[in-house]
Design a protein around this ligand. Structure first.
Ligand code: FAD
Ligand code: AMP
Length: 477
């Protein structure tokens, strides 16, 4: 007999679990099906994000930054540490502890909100039925008025670098190396490649990052990306642009990576190679063929602005639909769909999704880049404030980078805010909030910011749109 629900969600990542909790909060009888098993073969809610994505990568970024600071940088503050020693097993144990606490937290939230949790693979069947195949092979039918698909994504593989789980690995394995590779190769200069490359460089690896495109971080503002490339290179990340990997061979415990650079064929020998070339939606076995769910050639589920699929009462959210593969984007879609099912109106503002790269310095932005404004023929004014002129950044001992505000030349409405520097992952929220309320650069300029804070850089960049920044030396005519 089928269990009956108002809503069944397939996938308990940040898109699915948030959707399930919000549905339950809105009084809908809700179930969530998830198949993730941790290393102990135990169900672990939270999807990629909590288990092998956002959270463990940020834990290692924090820990490795502390290690690097202890060895190099803390002396400048008058704190002498003879020589910091790396205890990698302890670092990994801490990472796992944070992951377990958070994944168990989701299980707790399901319980307190009354979301029924089903373990196993969920498949959308005809007439709004979901078939759950548990890990022991047992099948259970669920019947739902509404179904939300949120099955997430997996690392993409490329034939030129087949994963062997030991020498050539994906991001998941790269979060759990049991020793620091002497020489580490990374294919892909995107967010994941840069973050993982940074972790292992800080812990002592020599890191070579091979990126097929000729330009660096094409989705970011060009000026910020250029500054990032300069700073990462200075730290010792060997970033090679225009380097397309064409084949890999494992020989005597090392990977011989062959790549094409302009017209030259080059080779690099590394001890480990991380393949970080993007992610693909988990949609191969998500819907039975007779449902006729429409996917594109990459397996992306076709949806409208409100995340409705081509099937009545079936929605899709998160990494399996268009847009950036980001946890917060999936969560917001989850809330929008839950509200819609409950009969309320809700929207996601796709123009103001914050993007963050958690390197040192951090890179963050929202809204349009300068190159997009140029392409779209929009006249704009620019305000820039360097962290070198911020008292708080000086106190931190971290003065690299800047905040940049782009405002419409006619209306002064802020169209984009881009930043590279300390704690930009937090600062970008100010830009998102202000822009959600349709701020002008003048609104930001007349707002009071506490002193001394890094936030003052946002204030000064807004003042600079009219050339009125206080802490930038400028000759007046
Ligand atoms: P997922 O998190 O992938 O969850 C999907 C869940 O569905 C999984 O538990 C899966 O097992 C389950 N599932 C799949 N198919 C089925 C099925 N048929 N039946 C039952 N269950 C199923 N994003 C950020 O915003 N910030 C970051 O800092 C960040 N860092 C990242 C670092 C790394 C190393 C990686 C790999 C990713 C990172 N991301 C980050 C991306 C982020 O993890 C994803 O965008 C996010 O997890 C997508 O959420 P989701 O709910 O759509 O899917
Ligand atoms: P992202 O999609 O942000 O995770 O970034 C993945 C990056 O990997 C992109 O910038 C691609 O250009 C890059 N990439 C994909 N295939 C290759 C390859 N064979 N060699 C080098 N870089 C690659």
């Amino acid at each position: 007999m089928a269990d009956k629900f108002d809503v069944v969600v397939i996938g308990a990542g940040p898109a699915g679990y948030v959707a399930a909790i919000r549905c339950a909060q809105l009084g809908l009888k809700t179930a969530c099906v998830d198949k993730w098993l941790n290393d102990d073969n135990k169900p672990s809610l939270g999807g990629t994000c909590l288990n092998v994505g956002c959270i463990p990568s940020k834990v290692l970024l924090e820990s490795s930054e502390l290690y690097e600071l202890a060895n190099n940088g803390i002396a400048e503050h008058g704190v002498d540490i003879k020589s910091a020693k790396l205890n990698l097993p302890a670092m990994m144990q801490r990472k796992q502890k944070v992951v377990s606490e958070l994944t168990q937290g989701i299980a707790g939230l399901f319980k307190s909100n009354g979301v029924s949790s089903y373990e196993g693979h969920g498949m959308l069947m005809a007439q709004n039925n979901v078939e759950v195949t548990a890990h022991d092979g047992k099948k259970q039918a669920l019947e739902a008025t509404h179904i939300i698909l949120a099955s997430g994504s997996h690392s993409m593989e490329i034939p030129s670098a087949p994963l062997d789980g030991e020498h050539i690995v994906d991001s998941t394995a790269a979060l759990s190396f049991d020793s620091v590779p002497k020489k580490l190769g990374v294919i892909g200069g995107g967010v994941i490649g840069l973050e993982l490359g940074s972790v292992w460089r800080r812990l002592g690896a020599e890191v070579v990052l091979l990126e097929a495109q000729d330009s660096f971080l094409t989705m970011a503002d060009e000026q910020i990306a250029k500054e990032g490339l300069k700073l990462f290179t200075k730290q010792g990340l060997d970033i090679r642009l225009g380097a397309r990997v064409v084949s890999c061979e494992v020989k005597k415990g090392q990977v011989d990576v062959e790549y094409q650079h302009k017209d030259e064929t080059c080779h690099e020998k590394v001890d480990k190679l991380i393949v970080a070339v993007g992610r693909r939606p988990n949609t191969d076995e998500l819907a039975s063929p007779d449902t006729e769910l429409i996917l594109d050639e990459w397996g992306v589920v076709h949806v409208d602005e409100q995340c409705c699929t081509n099937l009545p009462n079936v929605y899709a959210i998160g990494d399996i639909v268009r847009g950036p593969m980001l946890a917060h984007k999936g969560s917001e879609e989850g809330i929008m769909v839950a509200e819609k099912i409950a009969g309320h109106h809700a929207e996601v503002n796709y123009d103001l999704i914050p993007s963050v790269i958690y390197t040192t310095p951090e890179i963050a932005w929202t809204g349009k880049t300068e190159q997009t404004l140029k392409t779209e023929g929009i006249d704009y004014n620019t305000g820039i404030f360097p962290f070198a002129a911020s008292g708080r950044a000086r106190a931190l001992g971290d003065t690299s980078g800047m905040v940049k505000v782009l405002a419409d030349a006619k209306t002064d409405r802020v169209l984009g805010v881009h930043m590279i520097g300390p704690h930009c992952s937090e600062l970008v929220a100010q830009a998102v909030i202000a822009m959600e309320f349709g701020t002008s650069s003048e609104d930001l300029a007349v707002t009071m910011f506490a002193h001394p804070t890094l936030s003052e850089a946002v204030h000064e960049a807004a003042l600079d749109v009219r050339g009125n920044a206080i802490h930038i030396a400028r000759k007046r005519k």
